[in-house]
Write a protein that binds this ligand. Structure first.
Ligand code: NAI
Length: 298
């Protein structure tokens, strides 16, 4: 089969000045995409700003013979999102791919977490993906083609201590992925998410012995596939770490059906309710409604 390439495709990678985003931008550019390297150049907690990380990545891409432009807008506002998409249109005339990758951390235990910690993290991760994706979506619908990759996290899918704000935002992106996949289907817009594990400044000192094995560059092939015309899936979440690739999915157990349901019945039949044997995994909401109609009649 042919190699996956991105000739005539234009990609935005947010937060591409370092870590995972840099690797994604390099991988897409190496395969022929013209790339908007967006990065606000902030510290891990979102403080400060600098254009130089994004400029360095653009220089790296150019040194490899690729095409890229720098963008220093923040994903955290609708104006920033619109400007990032406009940068792609201005430089390259179109937009085919959005990789929502920009991120910050404000970890605290729940009791200590302030509303400002929630706002900052939601603004970058959750609203950031909305702010950049929506103006791109308008173009993608018109051209009947688009690929969107969200960056979710195990912190939300599985839970992680001290990350209520971050885990909630990241799981919110799974919801956004699912809904956009449904809405994008008829426009040939595919929307998927990754849940990466990688050695970057974000995980500095946290991964112990795993650190040397979880090269962020080993996440980028998954992003490149999901961003490509060859991508056949939509509304899915892929776990990627150090060369491992697997799919997360939501399963619904067979459960019980009892028209005289009581709290005691729930207590007494909990094992049956929770039993994973023969679970269902639905492609979208309609799947579950159909199942309910089958059980309940209607
Ligand atoms: P990183 O800190 O190296 O990269 C994040 C980049 O986003 C930074 O370059 C930063 O300047 C940029 N950024 C932050 N706020 C921005 C804003 N408002 N507008 C534009 N750019 C902004 O961290 P890493 O690890 O590369 O993270 C990339 C993504 O992967 C994040 O969304 C993170 O939450 C996610 N992730 C990373 C994991 C890991 O193991 N490293 C695990 C799960 C998710």
């Amino acid at each position: 089969m042919a190699e996956i390439g991105f000739d005539n495709r234009v990609a935005i990678v947010t937060g591409a000045g370092g870590g995972l985003g840099r690797c994604h931008a390099l991988e897409l550019a190496r395969r022929g995409a013209r790339v908007v390297v967006n990065d606000l150049g902030v510290a891990k907690d979102g403080g400060g700003s600098s254009l130089s990380p994004a400029q360095q990545v653009v220089a790296e891409i150019e040194a490899l013979g690729g095409e890229a432009v720098t963008d220093g807008h923040s994903v955290a506002t609708p104006e920033g999102g619109a400007a990032i998409v406009q940068a792609a249109i201005d430089a390259f005339g179109r937009i085919d791919i959005v990789v929502n990758n920009a991120g910050i951390l404000r970890d605290k235990t729940f009791a200590k977490m302030e509303p400002a910690d929630v706002d900052a993290v939601f603004d970058v991760h959750l609203k950031g993906a909305f702010n950049v994706t929506r103006p791109a979506w308008i173009c993608m619908r018109e051209q009947n083609y688009g690929r969107i990759v969200m960056t979710a996290s195990n912190a939300g899918i599985l839970g992680n201590f001290g990350q209520t704000n971050y885990g909630t935002a990241k799981m919110g992106l799974v919801g956004m992925t699912n809904v956009l996949a449904v809405e994008g289907a008829k426009y040939n817009i595919r929307v998927n998410a990754i849940a990466p594990v990688a050695a970057t400044r974000m995980t500095d000192g946290l991964m112990g012995d795993l650190t040397s094995a979880i090269d962020p560059a080993l996440v980028s092939p998954v992003v490149a596939y999901l961003a490509s015309e060859a991508c056949e899936v939509t509304g899915e979440v892929y776990s990627c770490a150090g060369g491992t690739v697997a799919r997360f999915f939501v399963g619904l157990t067979q459960g019980i059906y009892d028209r005289g349901l009581t709290a005691e019945a729930v207590r007494d039949r909990l094992a049956e309710i929770r039993d994973e044997t023969g679970y269902d995994a639905f492609a979208d909401n309609k799947g579950e409604i159909k199942k309910l109609a089958r059980i309940l009649g209607g």
